[in-house]
Design a protein around this ligand. Structure first.
Ligand SMILES: [Zn+2]
Length: 462
């Protein structure tokens, strides 16, 4: 596929309760969209917390789709942030902004909107989040990482549609109110397919093969995950799939995951007709992202550089689930690629891969470490697999909601009764190795991961 984007790493919500410093009423009236702000602090400038650049031209997206109707105000760019600036004194208490939902793909953040071909629109709730600043220039000192920003308080957003109800977390309501919603609100109809495990909103113009496949495979994948992993926390999750049309020469599936929500944006002639490659990728995407409703949301990792636990876990759970919706699918292709990639990445500590922009190492080495846990689990309880391993981890950590690297390694030792496996995985995670392939082969041998060694020395799952 030409465009494969997955955004798995979430920004955590602020742990301590915060005061509300701004209210915003977002209203759709036909084709007109308005955001009415009510600021409860006096400040000469307010920064928009979600201000990632558009991927296509690395420029801010707001000036292209937002118009400040209140006089004497400007949108300026300072550092990593779009800032609402008063030309004199403080920004007034009430500010009106008119906007067109922007579907631009952003760099490492959620797209402001998903537009469906029947006119339905899903808005990213947190695009309206603001924080007061002592001056516009102060925004230049804010770090790029949202999690590192010490904000003055929260923005409370209310979403309404003059035409009727809006859909949020699987429920249609007259209005939706969020603070740090980390979600999307759907305006308009959209076809909703609801089962006990998930509510899916599919663009009515999606190519038929895609819609038919999503309609049947998604509920089955969710049911499989539930049977394997046990109860999930949070309300019924949603999947939203939009279609931007059969653009010639394009094959694009972008997507992301938020708490309780998987988003997919399809575009291009390349996915208009059924293809096995597009089908495999779509199944992998849905199976992987929905596994995060458990690994990542029911329990979280303790630190972002331990993402190998949840990314590798979600990946292994995904490729093990797909054959039940597509018997022709061979999980070994993706897993063998992961083994080969990990043998490269693990020369350096896997845990610090994010500092080298090697996020793929968390998926690849996470899957390798997951294979060791899976084999250990299967030896102990045949058929338990990686799902059984994670079910025990979730149950043991459901209360505090966090699986630490120490928890994961201790579970491996408990299941395998061989502490050298955890010791060696920990070494690859924290220190790396001069000969990662040799170390992976040794882990596989001791844990009982069935594999062959090719003439070139490459490891291949049997
Ligand atoms: Zn993921």
């Amino acid at each position: 596929m030409a465009t494969l984007l997955a955004l798995c790493l979430l920004t955590p919500a602020h742990a301590a309760p915060q005061p509300v410093v701004a209210d915003v009423e977002v209203t759709r009236d036909g084709n007109s969209w308005i955001a009415d702000y009510h600021f409860s602090r006096a400040a000469p400038a307010w920064a928009f917390l979600h201000s990632a650049l558009a991927r296509e031209d690395r420029k801010p997206w707001r000036p292209r789709s937002w118009t400040i109707e209140t006089k004497g105000l400007r949108l300026e760019r300072h550092g990593w942030y779009d800032v609402l600036v008063s030309e004199r004194g403080n920004v007034p208490e009430r500010v009106r902004i008119r906007f067109t939902p922007s579907t631009l793909d952003l760099e490492a953040d959620y797209d402001p909107a998903l537009v469906f071909s029947d006119g339905a629109v899903a808005l990213f709730t947190d695009q309206f989040d603001v924080t007061p600043l002592p001056s516009a220039a102060a925004a230049a000192k804010l770090p790029i990482e949202l999690r590192n920003i010490d904000i003055a308080g929260l923005t409370r957003a209310t979403f309404r549609d003059r035409a009727g109800k809006v859909l949020h977390a699987g429920v249609r309501k007259d209005k939706v109110v969020t603070t740090e919603g980390r979600s999307y609100v759907l305006f308009g109809k959209g076809e909703v397919v609801s089962t006990a495990d998930i509510a899916a909103v599919l663009d009515p113009a999606l190519p038929k093969w895609l819609a038919d496949d999503l309609r049947t495979s998604t509920p089955r994948l969710l049911a499989l995950h539930r049977q394997l992993l046990g109860p999930r926390s949070g309300p019924k999750p949603m999947l939203m799939a939009s279609w931007a049309g059969p653009t010639p020469g394009r094959t694009s599936l972008g997507g992301s995951v938020l708490p309780g929500l998987v988003l997919m944006a399809f575009e291009g002639a390349g996915v208009a007709e059924r293809s096995q490659q597009a089908r495999d990728y779509m199944h992998w995407f849905v199976a992987h992202e929905t596994a995060h409703f458990w690994l990542g949301q029911t329990v979280d990792y303790d630190a972002a550089n331990h993402a190998w636990m949840t990314e590798g876990g979600a990946d292994l759970i995904a490729v093990r689930a797909i054959p039940s919706i597509d018997p022709a699918y061979d999980p070994r292709k993706r897993l063998n690629e992961a083994i080969a990639k990990c043998a490269g990445y693990a020369r350096r500590p896997v845990n610090s891969a994010n500092e080298r922009s090697e996020h793929d190492a968390y998926y690849a080495c996470g899957a390798v470490f997951g294979l060791v846990a899976e084999a250990a689990q299967n030896k102990r309880r045949p058929g338990g697999g990686i799902g059984g391993f994670w079910r025990s981890l979730i149950e043991a950590n459901r209360k505090d909601g966090v699986v630490s690297q120490a928890d994961w390694l201790a579970m491996l030792t408990q299941v395998s009764r061989d502490p050298t496996l955890a010791r060696d995985i920990r070494r690859l995670a924290e220190r790396g190795s001069d000969e990662p392939r040799r170390d992976i082969a040794s882990l596989f041998r001791r844990a009982g991961v069935a594999h062959d060694v090719a003439g070139s020395g490459e490891l291949r799952l049997r």
